[in-house]
Design a protein around this ligand. Structure first.
Ligand SMILES: [Zn+2]
Length: 411
């Protein structure tokens, strides 16, 4: 199985670093706002990846964080005049109700940043002991110029040095010293922890490195996220983790591409966002949305318009109808059929599905092949050339495939 690694910029053969268990870290939601369907494109790709790894016989330990200590959440809580905990409790509940509706498997560990501050402080200490820290009046910063190889993930070419980054996030290309620890300021309100640097709170990037290492070890198999996580977030994760341990944090860095809407990036900042529940009210069921969001490979462009959506969804609906006809035939009283035709179709379905998925999770190709085979089955069905044994074989193969894709079979 090959996967595209953002760091080395090539498809590489995947095997776990140790034994049969894949250790995987996926960046989770910031809970200052609701997650939109663009965010869910990333989580869905990760869900398909987890399920396909399991299909291949691996065990998967997936850790996902919830960023509940950050600038935007603190600002939002103040604006809405509620406590940070209350604001986030409601948003997290909402997030997982969409998550479940989209048929996604929950991660093995969901880690909240606010509950892992001691681990983050320990990691900051290691980074500082190795000489990568710079402390000043408002915080402790990672000195990026000391870390050779900074910018490799993003492919920064001759970057300029801009000094320290003000917030947890920054957009311009360049070198920015980022915050490991923010010293308490009045705007933080009650959000603070004790540390040897004084009271304060961790920076956003250190959260993920500390929690990933805590649950998965200093080096693990796969680190995933959306392409907007590449820089600065993952670039900084690499720098600070390797500065502490001297080891590569992850063997594979995998990023999904943005979902666009009318060719523009769907983002909370521009406001052109769509939500799972909003679409559900418009008659678009979460399972159809799941299909749409994985109907193209995770690295391919995907642009949402209602027209394209309806067109795509028809293919899925047709397949579903044929599958239930096959199911009825398989369960019916009619006997006979040696099953040769069914076996042939079932084998081809599995072989072609695996071929597409082994090539860097090409779900687009997998669906095209599946729909083609289902059409073949439909013609044979209409000509009366399939018996119950044939139907059973095809249905069983589809069940196996749909254990990964989760869109073609209603159960
Ligand atoms: Zn992260």
């Amino acid at each position: 199985m090959k996967l595209f690694d953002t760091l080395s910029r090539r498809k590489r053969e995947f095997t776990p670093l140790e034994g049969n268990t894949v250790r995987m870290y996926t960046c989770g939601p910031s809970v200052y706002a609701y997650s939109h369907i663009g965010n869910f494109r990333t989580y869905l790709f990760e869900d398909v990846l987890v399920k396909y790894l399991k299909y291949k016989g691996y065990r998967v330990k997936r850790v996902m964080n919830i960023t509940d200590v950050e600038d935007k959440a603190i600002v939002a809580a103040r604006k809405e005049r509620v406590s940070l905990g209350k604001l986030e409790g409601a948003k997290i509940k909402e997030f997982f109700s969409d998550w479940d509706a989209l048929g996604m498997e929950r991660p093995s560990v969901v880690a909240r940043a606010s509950e892992h501050v001691p681990q983050m402080l320990k990691l900051i200490d290691r980074i500082c002991e190795n000489g990568y820290c710079r402390e000043n009046g408002d915080g402790v910063y990672f000195d990026v110029r000391r870390f050779r190889g900074y910018g490799e993930l993003k492919h920064l070419k001759r970057p300029r040095y801009f000094g320290k980054a003000k917030g947890d996030d920054y957009a311009r290309e360049g070198l920015w010293d980022f915050r490991l620890w923010k010293k308490w300021g009045r705007s933080d309100g009650p959000v603070k922890w004790k540390s040897r640097f004084g009271e304060g709170r961790p920076g956003w990037h250190i959260e993920c490195s500390a929690m990933a290492m805590h649950y998965l070890g200093e080096s693990f198999d796969i680190h995933c996220g959306g392409s907007d996580n590449v820089y600065p977030h993952h670039e900084n994760e690499i720098a600070q983790s390797e500065a502490a341990t001297g080891k590569a944090l992850a063997n594979f860095w995998i990023h999904s591409r943005h979902l666009t809407i009318g060719k523009r990036k769907m983002s909370k900042r521009t406001g052109n966002v769509l939500y799972v529940k909003q679409l559900n009210k418009m008659g678009i069921k979460p399972r159809c949305l799941r299909f749409y969001l994985i109907s193209k490979r995770y690295r391919s462009p995907l642009d949402f318009t209602k027209k394209k959506f309806v067109g795509e969804i028809c293919r899925c609906k047709d397949a579903e109808v044929i599958m239930s006809r096959l199911e009825r035939l398989a369960k019916g009283r009619k006997v006979g059929g040696a099953g040769k035709r069914g076996t042939r179709i079932a084998r081809k379905l599995l072989r072609e599905f695996e071929g597409a998925m082994d090539n860097d999770l090409d779900t687009g190709l997998a669906f095209r092949r599946i729909f083609r085979e289902i059409k073949v089955a439909k013609v044979l069905l209409e000509e009366g050339k399939l018996g119950p044994v044939d139907a059973r074989e095809i249905v069983d193969a589809m069940d196996k495939i749909d254990g990964v894709l989760g869109v073609l079979r209603t159960k």
